[in-house]
Ligand binder design. Structure first.
Ligand code: SAM
Length: 272
């Protein structure tokens, strides 16, 4: 396995994923009852943007660094995101974003399979008493830890997509999750690469009744190969969350898009 998220930390797809993640966590915080955050592919936890690895790809230049240039004009719903990127040299990974928002009563369960990445993650979360950290295969780990005792919460599934069978693993895992915790919120990230890519709809199956899909591209498939954007699937979206997400996505697209022919969309689907 070669994937290291440090090469991609702060990229435009990281920004979109983390901005949407924060909207979900802020929604969960509207109620005083505790929630559980579960991260199946946690990565290192936080990233040094001055390191040789991140400097090599410069992906943050087209992502978080673009946002920093626009910091004064952002919508209020991105206040937490901008607060989280105030240190110019460090970019938080998904578990650190969740930790920055978590209240003392909320819990977090993180998982990372890759040994050296897992060591970074443990180091990053040293001293965080409400955070449990596992080193397991994501698709074996997740069904084993749900439903959490809190019975409310969010799962982030953010694979590296190195394995050609990843989508099948994901579908099998989601089927098990639906049996075990049908009311949990699940946020799944999928890359959109070149002219042919998977979309969130490829993941849908009979079990889950309500879901929201986002497609966010900074390049058009007509004009670019490689990673043109990402797709996010949110199973069991909160009621009217689109009113919060639409302005966030429009702002991010205005700041991050490269090709004016690119676009973003948000659709809510319900089998009810
Ligand atoms: C896209 S990165 C995660 C980034 C992180 N969620 C964030 O937003 O900061 C994917 C991570 O999954 C790990 N990984 C790959 N296959 C895995 C598996 N089967 N189970 C658990 N982790 C895995 C990789 O080592 C990598 O750190």
């Amino acid at each position: 396995m070669n994937y290291r998220h440090a090469y991609h930390a702060g990229s435009f797809v990281d920004v979109v994923k983390h901005a949407v993640l924060l909207q979900m966590l802020e929604y969960l915080q509207k109620k005083p009852t505790p929630y559980c955050y579960i991260d199946t592919h946690a990565g290192e936890g936080c990233y040094d943007l001055t390191s040789d690895v991140t400097q090599k790809t410069q992906e943050a230049q087209q992502g978080v660094q673009q946002l920093r240039l626009q910091a004064k004009t952002h919508p209020a719903s991105l206040d937490s995101y901008f607060h989280g990127i105030r240190d110019i040299n460090i970019y938080p990974g998904s578990p650190m974003w969740a930790a920055q928002l978590a209240r003392p009563t909320d819990s977090m369960i993180l998982n990372e399979k890759h040994a050296s990445t897992y060591q970074h993650l443990k180091e990053c979360f040293r001293g965080y008493s409400h955070v449990a950290i596992h080193q397991r295969d994501a698709y074996e780990f997740l069904p084993a830890v749900i439903p959490p005792p809190e019975k409310r919460g969010l799962v982030l599934i953010d694979p590296a997509f190195e394995d050609e069978h990843e989508m099948q693993y994901l579908i099998n895992c989601l089927n098990k999750c639906f049996q075990r915790w049908p009311t949990g919120m699940y946020l799944i990230w999928i890359p959109m690469v070149g002219r042919s890519y998977y979309t969130a709809n490829d993941l849908m199956h009979a079990g889950f009744k309500k879901y929201l899909t986002i497609e966010f591209c900074v390049n058009s498939p007509k004009n670019a190969a490689g990673l043109i954007g990402c797709s996010l699937l949110l199973i069991n979206p909160p009621w009217q969350i689109e009113t919060q997400l639409n302005p966030v996505l429009e702002y991010l697209w205005q700041v991050l898009h490269i090709d004016a022919d690119s676009t973003w969309s948000l659709k809510i689907q319900s089998d009810d």
